[in-house]
Design a protein around this ligand. Structure first.
Ligand SMILES: C[S@@+](CC[C@H](N)C(=O)[O-])C[C@H]1O[C@@H](n2cnc3c(N)ncnc32)[C@H](O)[C@@H]1O
Length: 283
């Protein structure tokens, strides 16, 4: 079980100075601690600099779903239980959440879950082979509400390029969020990736997304007339209009495979909406 990782593994030619999370260690419950100790040898994945052999990792050849930021892992365990023919690799930096996911795996006898307790950006970059994933799912990622924090958002154009490389042709990226501004932002980022196609037929073009006057100009400037621009660093800053019917047109129905999650329920209690964005890798 990783705790104090050697520097060589953390840095390893790839630095991401701005992180999408603030690590709050939190106290492990007895059950989480036991589950981490007992199941880590079979269900845990240490950070390394070699590509994982997913067939070896899961002990069989089956479609692999990667979930980033699974929180307490309850919805990941639900999916693994409901889809025994698929394998689920979850990455979550919050150790108690990973412990609680393993509690569920133990309780339900799930052998199709593997977990990592490191930054998904590193795990993806160092350990996941290109063309190996059926689906990447990111449910209710931290929205980083304040504009000055938007650069911390996990979903950025460069990160999406990395995700796309890891997908099989026809593979999917599924993001769900309860924060409208993040939904708009994610829709813009995913729509602008030339290898992705919105799963919604006749979804609005990215160029039309924020307002009819907006258009894609160059790699570094996304919107001509809106307030959203891709900065040199590859991040998007800005806000979109409050009433945005095009957002609804760009979103998918919640698919039956996605269980409600803890953060989703919290958002609903606070009166937030829920947006599911699903894009398919075309080539
Ligand atoms: C808002 S919570 C959502 C949790 C869960 N998906 C849900 O819907 O209940 C976002 C989670 O993403 C995790 N996270 C953020 N950035 C991450 C990263 N780069 N790698 C792994 N986990 C990350 C956080 O620790 C947090 O648990």
């Amino acid at each position: 079980m990783p705790d104090n990782k050697p520097d060589s593994l953390v840095d390893n030619n790839f630095t991401r100075p701005i992180r999408s999370f603030v690590k709050r260690e939190g106290k492990l419950t007895g059950g989480q601690k036991n589950a981490l100790e007992q199941l880590w040898p079979t269900h845990g994945v240490d950070l390394g600099d070699q590509r994982l052999d997913l067939t070896e990792l899961f002990g069989r050849s089956a479609p692999v779903v990667l979930e980033i930021g699974f929180g307490n892992g309850l919805s990941l365990a639900d999916m693994a239980e409901a889809h025994a023919d698929m394998d689920f690799f979850g990455i979550e930096v919050h150790r108690p959440g990973v412990g609680s996911c393993l509690v569920q795996a133990k309780k339900r006898g799930l052998n199709n879950i593997r977990v990592s307790v490191d930054d998904a950006v590193l795990v993806l970059n160092q350990q996941i082979a290109d063309g190996s994933l059926e689906r990447v799912q990111i449910f209710f990622p931290d929205p980083w509400h304040k504009k000055r924090h938007h650069k911390r958002r996990l979903i950025q154009p460069v990160f999406v390029e990395q995700l796309v490389a890891k997908l099989k042709p026809g593979g999917k990226i599924h993001v769900a969020t309860d924060w409208q501004n993040y939904a708009e932002y994610v829709l813009a980022v995913l729509s602008t990736n030339e290898n992705l196609k919105n799963a919604v037929a006749d979804a609005p073009l990215a160029a039309n997304f924020l307002s009819p006057e907006c258009s894609v100009l160059t790699d570094s400037t996304l919107w001509a007339n809106g307030s959203l621009t891709i900065e040199e660093s590859g991040t998007i800053e800005g806000t979109a209009p409050v009433d945005n019917p095009l957002l609804t047109q760009g979103c998918s129905e919640k698919p039956s495979y996605r269980p409600d999650t803890k953060y989703e329920n919290r958002g609903i209690r606070l009166g937030h909406g829920v947006w599911d964005l699903i894009f398919v890798k075309e080539k």
